[in-house]
Design a protein around this ligand. Structure first.
Ligand code: BGC
Length: 250
């Protein structure tokens, strides 16, 4: 089993990568960040990923996981919410392998972050059904059952009261719509109680930058399921991508 793997996290504003120590879940050396090209077409982003691994000097035998802000089904993106629409139907595994010149494991960004939380973070040691959601421009989700990831869940796109859930309850929309914590918490209440009703999980873990301010909104929610903030925050996507590339499971 590899001791080191590389994670690359493709986001709307930056493509970030780092080498990860799989024992500790910590970065080895610095993270590289290159702004996401505009337009963020598959070829342009793949070139940036190549630059990231060149700068990190990733050796050919080191497993590489790459995250996308979209489901990745059998290497292909079926649907893209918040990045250039030219990604739809692209075989991103083939694209990345062509540009990076080696095997690549592509996966959804929230799946990666959720796995990182189970392997090294807030959900470590928790069994049962864990529903991880990551708050940002969209709402990403990962469902992990006794260590096994149910890949490509899209709980950010549940339709609630006639709205796409992430257009109503993401932290990005909190900013765009200028909602205060109380107003946003009301939307979170509607969202998470619906998810709870559908899935009856054992634990909710909430990630994304806003989870640093968890004391501003978690106490305002009334749920049966315990809810805790993520621990890895900014590193979760990269660490989870590296972990998944090396292990394939939690
Ligand atoms: C996408 C998900 C992604 C999430 C966070 C959603 O809009 O559909 O696949 O995980 O945003 O980036």
């Amino acid at each position: 089993m590899a001791q080191v793997a590389c994670g690359i996290d493709i986001g709307g504003s930056g493509v970030k990568g780092a080498l990860v120590d799989l024992e500790s879940g910590q970065y080895i050396g610095d993270q590289i960040r290159i702004p996401t090209p505009d337009p963020a077409t598959p070829e342009a982003v793949a070139d940036v990923c190549r630059a990231v691994i060149d700068q990190l000097d990733v050796k050919p035998e080191v497993p590489i996981g790459v995250t996308f802000p979209a489901p990745v089904f059998d290497g292909v993106i079926p649907y893209m919410a918040n990045l250039d629409q030219s990604w739809v139907d692209v075989d991103v595994r083939a694209l990345m392998e062509r540009h990076l010149g080696r095997p690549v494991v592509p996966l959804n960004d929230a799946d990666a972050a959720g796995m990182a939380e189970v392997a090294y973070g807030a959900a470590k040691g928790h069994d049962g059904v864990i529903v991880f959601t990551t708050q940002g421009t969209g709402i990403g989700s990962a469902i992990i059952v006794n260590g096994t990831l149910l890949t490509n869940t899209e709980l950010g796109h549940l339709e609630i009261d006639g709205h796409d859930a992430e257009k109503m309850a993401s932290s990005g929309q909190k900013t765009v719509q200028g909602l205060n914590w109380d107003q946003w918490a009301q939307r979170l209440q509607r969202y998470y109680s619906h998810v709870e009703f559908l899935l009856n999980p054992d634990l909710f873990v909430v990630g994304g930058g806003v989870s640093e301010n968890h004391e501003k909104f978690m106490p305002l929610l009334s749920l049966k399921t315990p809810m805790i903030p993520a621990k890895l925050l900014n590193t979760a996507g990269i660490v989870g991508a590296a972990y998944y590339a090396a292990h394939g499971r939690a």
